[in-house]
Design a protein around this ligand. Structure first.
Ligand code: UT7
Length: 335
């Protein structure tokens, strides 16, 4: 019997800081609206011709590998979570294998958007617990900015999302009281289109056919979000799946040392914090600086929390995410 433990963490964000005031120069929005509704002050935007989802993931991975004290050749498997891959296919997992010069290990791409990193971690955990692999590289990376509608029409979505990458090395742990205690994954495809990007999926052909006005601009290349509906579902599912994780392990909210929720909206995080009765130093948020970086948000936040000394040996750390699909999940970790 083995457990799996996070032995290395890293993140990488592009240099370019885009403030709310910067956005208000190109669309009808304001610092006041964005901060009041989301808590976001600024986000990073990647540089075209320099940054790719893969290159940022690789940069984060190098830091995680070094901190884990392993060599790239010790990596037995790669899992890459993103909704913004460099290519429609192949996925970025194989590009990481190539760019890091890792031997011909398996590379898997996870397409679970905001809960992508939680799903990826859960898969890695199963491989390690089963004894199949010793070290799994798990990456979450996103470049949203290249594909957002940066006009007033797209403001309800484009002000929220930012670019960045985070990575973790999950390693075999002989002490089964340490590491990932359990993970919990859910989906509800009934609401698939409420937070979606239709093109370039094969379903786009169908969307084009049903456009009533054929001359209308095809906006299916932009993400669509029914914000209030997503918000209402998020607060319910986040709380449910955190409680599921705690109850599975005979724990309660007051046992949580640090909750790292997917950074979707500061108001969502605050709602969960209040519902669980967590003090401010038992939840970690950094959406103020990076916006919502989808699959990258948890590994970036977890890395920052760890770098700030907020994750210590023996701590109970809970990761939780909700997003497009809808999919949601949690991971309960004894650090
Ligand atoms: O990570 C995946 C999961 N995602 C989420 O969990 C996101 C969940 N949803 C949300 O975070 C919020 O719904 C949003 C932040 C997206 C939107 O906040 P809201 O309070 O739900 O605003 P709303 O969509 O109801 O829009 C309110 C008003 C509208 O104007 P009218 O119709 O009242 O005149 C919008 O047109 O705000 C307007 N609006 C904006 N105004 C200034 C929408 N976006 C903007 C903007 N700047 N960027």
């Amino acid at each position: 019997m083995y457990n799996s433990r996070i032995t290395g963490l890293g993140y990488h964000v592009p240099d370019s800081v885009v403030t709310n005031d910067d956005l208000s120069k190109i669309m009808d929005t304001s610092d006041e609206w964005i901060q009041e509704r989301t808590g976001i002050k600024e986000r990073r935007h990647a540089k075209k011709g320099k940054d790719t989802t893969t290159s940022m993931g690789v940069a984060a991975a190098k830091i995680a590998i070094e901190r884990a004290g392993i060599d790239k050749d010790d990596v037995d498997f790669i899992i890459f979570a993103t909704l913004s891959p460099d290519y429609y296919f192949p996925g970025p997992g194989v590009l990481v294998q190539r760019d890091l010069g890792i031997k011909t290990v398996g590379a898997l791409d996870v397409r679970n958007q905001c809960s992508g990193f939680v799903y990826a971690l859960s898969i890695a955990d199963q491989y390690i617990k089963s004894g199949t692999y010793k070290h799994v590289l798990v990456i979450g990376s996103e470049i949203h900015s290249y594909g957002l509608d940066m006009t007033t029409r797209g403001r309800a979505v484009s002000v929220i999302f930012g670019d960045g990458a985070g990575a973790a090395i999950l390693s075999r742990e002989e002490d089964t009281t340490k590491g990932i205690l359990s993970s919990h994954l859910h989906s509800e495809g009934q609401h698939a289109e409420e937070l979606s990007l239709i093109a370039p999926g094969m379903g786009k052909r169908w969307v084009t056919d049903i456009l009533e006005d054929k001359d209308k601009e095809d906006t299916s290349y932009y993400p669509h979000m029914n914000g209030q509906f997503v918000f209402k579902n998020a607060v319910v599912r986040f709380s449910e799946v955190i409680m599921e994780g705690l109850q599975t392990n005979g724990l309660k909210p007051s046992d949580i040392d640090l909750l790292v929720p997917h950074q979707a909206n500061l108001r969502i995080s605050q709602f969960i914090q209040n519902k669980l009765g967590l003090a401010d130093d038992h939840i970690f948020n950094n959406i103020m600086s990076y916006g919502n970086t989808t699959a990258a948000s948890i590994p970036i936040a977890l890395t920052e929390a760890w770098e700030q000394g907020k994750v210590k040996e023996g701590d109970l750390v809970v990761l939780a995410a909700f997003g497009s699909g809808f999919t949601w999940g949690s991971v309960v970790i004894r650090w």
